[in-house]
Design a binder for this molecule. Structure first.
Ligand SMILES: [Ca+2]
Length: 196
C-alpha cells in the first residue's frame, strides 16, 4: 500500500514539474561552471581599449559558489551571452528574463546611459526582426533607455517578461555593460519560456 502511494505521489510530482515549465532554457544560469556555458564577450571597436573584461568571482555570489563580473577600467559598452546564441521560440510566446545584479564600489555609469541592460534580438531565421531592451528596473522598451540608472550595491533581481512577435522563430539574449566603468556583478541569469 505504501509503495503504491509513493509511486502515485512521485508520478504527480514529475507531472507537475513538466507542466510548470519553470526551468531556464539556458544552461548554468548561475555561472557555477564559470565560462563553460557562456560565449566569449562581444566587445565593439569603440570599447576595445577600455579594459573590458568578463571573469568570475567567489566573493559573495548570489547563489552557489560563483558569480560573474563584467568590468572595465574606462568607459565601455560590451556584452555577454549564453553559448550557442540562438534560442528557438514560438510566435507570441511569453518569456521571462531574470538576473541578479550588484554594482561594485567602483561602478560608475556615464551620464544619460543605463549602465546595464538585457538586449533581446527577435530573430526570423538568422535575420533580426526586432529588439527589446530591459533596464535594471525591469522596464522593457523598443530602444535603449537613456535615463541614468543608480544600480544598487546590494544584490537586486531584475525581472521582466516579453512577448515574441508573430514573425519571430528565435531570440538571442545578451547582457550589456552599457557605457560604464568599474565592476558589475551578475548571477542567476534565467531565460524561462512560460506556459500559456
Ligand atoms: Ca552562482
Amino acid at each position: 500500500m505504501m509503495k503504491t502511494i509513493f509511486l502515485l505521489a512521485f508520478g504527480l510530482a514529475t507531472h507537475s514539474l513538466q507542466l510548470s515549465a519553470s526551468t531556464p532554457v539556458n544552461v548554468d544560469p548561475g555561472f557555477e561552471a564559470k565560462g563553460e556555458w557562456w560565449a566569449k564577450p562581444f566587445i565593439p571597436q569603440d570599447s576595445e581599449n577600455s579594459g573590458a573584461a568578463f571573469y568570475f568571482s567567489n566573493q559573495q555570489p548570489h547563489s552557489g559558489e560563483v558569480c560573474a563580473v563584467m568590468a572595465a577600467t574606462e568607459d565601455a559598452r560590451f556584452a555577454i551571452s549564453p553559448k550557442g546564441g540562438r534560442i528557438a521560440v514560438e510566435p507570441g510566446q511569453v518569456i521571462e528574463f531574470s538576473v541578479w545584479i550588484k554594482a561594485g564600489n567602483d561602478f560608475m555609469i556615464k551620464d544619460g546611459t543605463p549602465g546595464f541592460i538585457i538586449r533581446i534580438d527577435y530573430l526570423q531565421g538568422d535575420n533580426t526582426v526586432g529588439k527589446r531592451f530591459i533596464d535594471w528596473e525591469g522596464a522593457a522598451t523598443a530602444s535603449p533607455p537613456k535615463s541614468a540608472a543608480l544600480i544598487s550595491s546590494e544584490w537586486t533581481q531584475v525581472q521582466a517578461r516579453i512577448t515574441t512577435p508573430e514573425n519571430a522563430d528565435g531570440i538571442r539574449a545578451s547582457i550589456f555593460f552599457w557605457r560604464a566603468s568599474g565592476s558589475l556583478y551578475l548571477d542567476d541569469f534565467e531565460i524561462i519560456p512560460l506556459d500559456q
